[in-house]
Design a protein around this ligand. Structure first.
Ligand code: AHR
Length: 306
């Protein structure tokens, strides 16, 4: 697997050890790093030989890694797809080879659901609703909003945009005045926010809705560098609820976070074991998310492991 780092060594696996190929999106955010650790730790705990392929943010790397796992005849594939589309052919190859595929975190857009065994992840559509409901409550239904989108074509970016808008559109006083991608990355979030401050003028932006914490943390830097107080002059809400976001809330710089739970390894392996044992499992398995506000962040941070 060229360009794929961190794999476990095959030579250490005896013939009874099952080999699982895990294709990750990359390491774009703190959330993603916690997600990778969750899968790797669970595989190790249960004694699997996990081959790790890092997509490094490029869908073509993921497709290449997927084909390679099929050629190697791994026992199962866990796929966290960067983008929703383009998976049909690869999944058909795995199905033909009898290799079950568990789709993790992000969904795929395929015409035939039997191409994968099951899906495990958060309800990223609901997260956008939760964020929008907080915005309505916090602003009393009147605000100019700028949106920092995740990776174009990824299911969380598509869902978080659509669902947020569906609620905001019901309130004539709430306006999404701009919406740009920051690719789920902190540096991009900062850059996009700088450009938005220049384009619209800080006085015309009341609130930032970021599709993940890393972009919100970048936006906070941009707001501070513009000499303004984040969370006071411009309010911010983001999705993920990683430790750095709780720290920002404790520091009074971020108003609210909607959780997207990255600890998906245990549920993924519970299901994978059933699939490998020939049992039927539910096709759609969601982890539960909560909303955390600045006011309780000092307490809530104590239980955040990532
Ligand atoms: O797919 C989940 C999203 O991907 C998380 O919100 C984001 O931080 C990550 O990179």
């Amino acid at each position: 697997l060229s360009g794929c780092g961190g794999g476990s060594d095959d030579s250490s696996a005896d013939s009874d050890t099952l080999t699982i190929g895990f294709i990750q999106t990359g390491a774009e955010s703190d959330w993603r790093k916690a997600h990778t650790v969750s899968v790797k730790e669970e595989a190790e705990k249960r004694g699997y030989n996990l081959k790790f392929a890092d997509g490094q943010g490029k869908p073509e790397n993921q497709i290449k890694a997927f084909s390679s796992f099929v050629v190697q005849r791994v026992d199962a594939i866990i796929l966290a797809p960067i983008v929703e589309t383009g998976w049909e052919t690869a999944l058909r190859k795995a199905k033909a080879a009898g290799i079950p595929v568990l789709i993790l975190d992000r969904t795929v857009d395929v015409s035939d659901d039997s191409l994968f065994a099951t899906y495990v992840g958060a309800d990223t559509y609901q997260e956008g609703i939760q964020a929008a409901e907080w915005v309505v409550k916090e602003t009393g239904g009147k605000a100019n909003i700028v949106e920092l989108q995740g990776t174009p074509g990824s299911s969380p970016a598509i869902n978080r945009l659509k669902s947020f808008k569906s609620v905001i559109d019901q309130h004539p006083g709430l306006k999404i005045i701009d919406s740009q991608s920051g690719d789920f990355r902190r540096a991009n979030g900062k850059q996009v926010m700088e450009a938005m401050l220049k384009k619209h003028g800080p006085e015309n932006i009341d609130l930032v809705y970021a599709h993940n914490d890393d972009m919100a943390l970048g936006a906070i830097q941009a707001i501070e560098e513009a000499g303004l107080k984040p969370a006071v002059y411009i309010k911010l809400i983001s999705i993920d609820a990683v430790r750095a976001a709780f720290e920002a809330m404790v520091d009074g710089k971020l108003n609210c976070v909607v959780e997207c739970n990255p600890l998906q390894g245990p549920l993924a392996f519970d299901l994978l074991e059933k699939i490998l044992a020939g049992e039927t499992v539910a096709k759609d398995n969601r982890v539960k998310d909560e909303v955390f506000e600045m006011a309780h962040a000092a307490e809530d941070i104590k239980t955040r492991a990532y």
